[in-house]
Design a protein around this ligand. Structure first.
Ligand code: KIV
Length: 262
């Protein structure tokens, strides 16, 4: 697969579905490199990599560290770095922090959560040559202020408000939009209302593409499975069984064999 650019991404809308997966390290980035259109260094790493309850406590330093690890593995894939909670509260702070990401990593773009209320900030970034992906609908960085993860787009008023969010972020110069946790009809309406590609997660089949968190889709996170996740591998069982086998082999003096010995 040829590496996407902000221009090729625009041309894909309505022509082919786009694919995105998260990665947080070089090893998995290498495995995904060239297989998907985008690798997202999501702030979800604060949960699935670091074991925290939500995404809010990760800082920019950690995001830059993981983005560099991913970029080292993803030579041929467009890499997007999530801006963590609190790093884009106003235009000046947002540019200072996005500039840090662009200065210190080779990420191709950054991602910001928020609709109309963040449009001025997105515009300031895009005017200053930062490639921005928007993120609307269920925004994990709002989990504490909203008292949980709430699916959006359940009524006409909310659907209209989401469309206005999408239009505002597009108008501000974002080249792509992630739409998370919205009813399928709402995601379809958003996708039809804007000309930049919409990548869905828990947003039905009618968006321009899909994104999944790697540890969900490969079954390494097995405590629960959100409705929108499809597991393509039972990673947790494979790892646990392999480790059990290794322990048995060591205990029974079956590892290492003569072939594995100097
Ligand atoms: O942080 C993340 O992994 C994300 C995706 C779920 C879109 O924002």
């Amino acid at each position: 697969m040829k590496k996407q650019t902000v221009t090729s991404i625009q041309k894909a809308k309505g022509v082919e579905k786009l694919t995105m997966i998260t990665a947080y390290d070089t090893l998995f980035a290498k495995l995904f490199d060239g297989e998907v259109d985008f690798i997202l260094v999501g702030d979800s790493l604060n949960m699935s990599f670091s074991g925290n309850a939500d995404t809010l406590s990760i800082g920019l330093k950690e995001m830059i560290y993981h983005t560099n690890a991913v970029c080292r593995g993803a030579k041929d894939t467009f890499v997007i770095c999530d801006m963590p909670f609190g790093t884009y509260v106003d235009k000046k702070t947002a540019f200072k922090n996005a500039k840090k990401v662009f200065n210190k990593t080779s990420a191709d773009a950054i991602k910001i959560e928020g609709g109309k209320s963040k449009a001025k900030i997105v515009k300031h970034l895009t005017k200053n040559s930062i490639a921005v992906v928007g993120h609307i609908g269920l925004m994990p960085q709002n989990v504490r202020s909203e008292g949980g993860y709430k699916v959006k787009g359940k009524d006409d008023i909310n659907i209209e408000s989401l469309i206005q969010d999408a239009l505002a972020i597009q108008e501000a110069g974002a080249f792509m939009l992630v739409v998370e946790g919205v009813k399928a009809d709402a995601a379809k309406a958003i996708t039809e209302a804007i000309h930049i590609p919409v990548i869905g997660i828990g947003a039905g089949v009618d968006t321009d593409g899909q994104v999944l968190v790697w540890s969900d889709m490969l079954g390494f996170f097995d405590e629960f499975k959100p409705k929108f996740v499809r597991r393509y591998l039972d990673g947790a069982s494979l790892v646990k069984n392999s480790v059990k086998q290794y322990v048995t082999d060591v205990k029974n003096k079956e590892f290492p064999s003569s072939l594995e010995t100097y």
